[in-house]
Design a binder for this molecule. Structure first.
Ligand code: SAM
Length: 208
């Protein structure tokens, strides 16, 4: 996310969706978060109010953009516990192997430079049996809609500051070291048709 995108993110880019039901979808996606939790691409911190109020013992929020993470810091009071903010991209997480019970990420893999590398890192830092909870806008399951996303993807990427509207993120998660336990595709509230399909789910790191 570039600096301008960060400035207008809460009010103009995501605000209407938040009001129209995205805030509830965040709660749904994060309901199983517990123990030591790591969030990737935490942005301006819109998930902080959506975490369960009990059961989380540590909450580390990573975010590579300073313009986003300064807003995240300002919103830290909405979290169920004190948060740690770390500047890092999901492809290079500065944490040891098996150091978290849960990793969360919402609307991040559309922007990440390499989703497979990010997922390899998520699997590495998760403890065996730990969960990755995700909410991502994805490639449409409808052929014609997906072709429309493909056509507009280059322009959308430039206009949005790096968002890829046509990624088959569920397939990428399935091909990682994680096992998908739950995946549902619904609709991104009040979003343009190009980013309408919204995936919510969870995957587990198997004991190796
Ligand atoms: C659309 S915003 C979503 C922010 C927040 N997660 C939310 O749900 O509102 C995408 C976020 O992903 C971050 N991001 C971009 N590339 C990333 C990467 N490689 N690793 C981690 N985060 C990344 C951006 O800086 C931005 O904060």
């Amino acid at each position: 996310m570039n600096r301008f995108g960060a400035l207008i993110y809460d009010r103009f880019l995501i605000g209407a969706s938040q009001q129209a039901g995205l805030a509830e979808k965040r709660c749904e996606a994060l309901a199983a978060a517990s123990g030591e939790v790591l969030e990737i691409g935490a942005g301006t911190g819109l998930n902080l109010a959506a975490y369960p109020r009990e059961g989380i013992t540590r909450l580390v929020c990573t975010e590579p953009s300073l313009a986003m993470s300064s807003q995240l810091q300002a919103r830290s009071g909405e979290a169920p516990i004190e948060i740690e903010v770390v500047a890092a991209s999901a492809e290079q997480l500065p944490f040891g192997d098996a150091s978290f019970d849960c990793v969360t990420g919402t609307l991040v893999l559309c922007e990440a430079g390499s989703p497979p590398a990010a997922l390899a890192e998520i699997a590495r830092v998760l403890r065996p049996g730990g969960h990755y909870l995700f909410l991502e806008h994805v490639r449409s399951l409808d052929h014609d809609h997906a072709r429309m996303q493909d056509r507009w993807a280059p322009l959308w990427r430039r206009a949005s500051g790096g968002c890829n509207c046509n990624r088959d993120t569920l397939a990428t998660i399935k091909s990682s070291q994680l096992t998908v336990e739950k995946a549902e595709v619904g609709r991104f509230p009040k979003a343009p048709k190009i980013v309408k399909p919204l995936l919510i789910g969870s995957a587990v790191r198997n004991a190796s």
